[in-house]
Design a protein around this ligand. Structure first.
Ligand code: NAG
Ligand code: NAG
Ligand code: NAG
Length: 431
């Protein structure tokens, strides 16, 4: 068992080192080459603001985000690999708008004002794998539009006012082919009223094509009114790292449908009071998690289970008094932990967090200060823990006397601690 654990650990260490090296290379190239990055500014296109073209890890990007572009230009270089057009004012995508970009791999059109995509709009995009169309105003689309892109594996369609009538049938069918499991997840009907809130992935073509026979019927069980906890309110950014930004969305729970490739998740300033077991099990690649300013009172010991790659965890400005035993056990690669502005209560239950931090000395943390009870207010928790051992009457601590901190760490679960306590009581009785 121990050998297996060790091997698994080694594997993760290797994997993380590899990732680190890659990241660093990227960061270095970025820094050292920043000044002479082979970037050129494309100025010709009125009425927008100039866009940026540059090469990044051998792939050519056009970064035209938030430039007030109203249409797709077609005099950009043909060898682009990524086109970033998020947050512009594009309304229509015309036939052949991208036809010369044969090696383009990703096209980000999210957060525009797109209402219409002509049937041949994506003609020629033979290499495209990722197409982002979320946060637009599209009501109807046909399968035909997507047939032009044989490599497409990742398609975002949510937060568009989908009109779930028979015209949408071919798209709905396309989304439901098993191979297209990353197509149009979370996209929902806006109309008709009976189908509002239904996921396109879940309605059947029969239901939306029933109109002639007296109108569509809601699905059995009428899930329509039940608000599902999803991430459609949040914004996804693929560049420079895959980020889901859910700041200030009044969320009361962690969304259950976060895309597994998300690296950075910002849930700050929401209303999440409790973290349940395995809240983040679907985002194993997460490296940065911000839960600041939520009013979190309770964290299940298994809440962070599976977050093997997490480097940064921001828990500041919550209502945490202590951590349950085990909360941090999965976070092998944690480097930074924000703890400030929580009502840390300095009693026996704070010891777990103190000892965890002491033994994981490469974790930087801040704000670990007693707020309660009054007598320890303003003390660092470390000072409190030391005083706990110095001041308290001996018999309460037989278990700790002569036990160094290594031993403490080896007590792997509550049960052992409990049994140790029992032994201590026995000792006291005998002396
Ligand atoms: C700059 O980037 C190029 C590749 O684009 C690389 O070969 C070169 O070593 C980099 N220069 C520095 C100083 O890192
Ligand atoms: C840099 O850009 C120039 C023209 O813009 C091009 O001729 C040259 O090949 C580019 N170099 C690299 C390393 O991409
Ligand atoms: C987390 O979010 C808060 C509020 O948005 C922000 O002030 C803080 O810097 C964030 N923490 C990290 C580690 O980015």
């Amino acid at each position: 068992m121990q050998v297996v654990t060790l091997i698994i650990l080694l594997f993760f260490c290797k994997a993380s080192e590899f990732r680190k090296v890659r990241r660093n290379n990227r960061a270095n190239n970025d820094k050292s080459n920043n000044s002479k990055k082979n970037s050129s500014t494309v100025k010709r296109y009125a009425p927008g603001i100039p866009c940026d073209i540059y090469t990044y890890i051998n792939e050519k990007y056009l970064d035209c985000q938030e430039k007030k572009q109203t249409t797709v230009q077609n005099d950009w270089p043909e060898d682009l690999i990524h086109i970033l057009l998020a947050r512009n004012r594009i309304r229509i995508i015309k036939d052949n708008a991208f036809s010369k970009f044969h090696i383009l791999k990703s096209l980000d059109l999210q957060q525009n004002e797109i209402t219409k995509i002509e049937p041949q709009a994506f003609f020629g995009l033979k290499s495209l794998t990722t197409l982002l169309l979320q946060h637009n105003r599209i009501k109807i689309l046909s399968e035909e539009v997507f047939i032009q892109m044989p490599r497409l594996t990742y398609l975002r369609l949510y937060d568009n006012p989908w009109d779930c009538n028979c015209e949408l049938e071919s798209l709905v069918t396309l989304l439901q082919i098993p191979r297209n499991r990353n197509f149009g997840n979370y996209a929902k009907c806006e109309n008709p009223a009976e189908l509002k809130g239904q996921k396109l992935k879940q309605i059947t073509p029969q239901i939306i094509c029933q109109e002639e026979n007296g109108g569509p019927k809601p699905l059995e069980g009428s899930k329509v009114t039940k608000p599902s906890v999803d991430s459609t309110l949040c914004h996804t950014y693929l560049y420079p790292i895959a980020t889901l930004d859910c700041r200030r969305k009044e969320l009361q729970q962690v969304p259950t449908d976060i895309s597994p490739d998300i690296i950075k998740l910002d849930l700050s300033s929401n209303k999440i009071k409790r973290l349940q077991a395995k809240e983040f099990k679907d985002v194993p690649n997460l490296e940065s998690l911000n839960l600041s300013n939520n009013g979190i009172e309770f964290i299940d010991p298994a809440a962070f289970s599976g977050l093997m790659n997490l480097h940064e965890l921001d828990l500041s400005e919550n209502k945490l008094c202590n951590f349950q035993y085990g909360v941090l056990e999965d976070l092998y690669f944690l480097k930074k932990l924000w703890l400030r502005d929580n009502p840390w209560r300095c009693d026996y239950h704070i010891h777990y967090l103190f000892y965890w931090l002491k033994h994981h000395y490469n974790v930087n943390y801040n704000g670990f200060e007693c707020k309660e009870p009054e007598e320890y207010k303003g003390w660092y928790v470390g000072k409190y823990v030391r005083s706990y051992y110095e001041e308290c009457p001996n018999e309460r601590f037989q278990v700790h006397v002569g036990m160094d901190e290594e031993d403490w760490e080896k007590m792997e679960d509550r049960k052992q601690i409990e049994s140790a306590k029992t032994q201590a009581v026995l000792l006291t009785v005998l002396t």
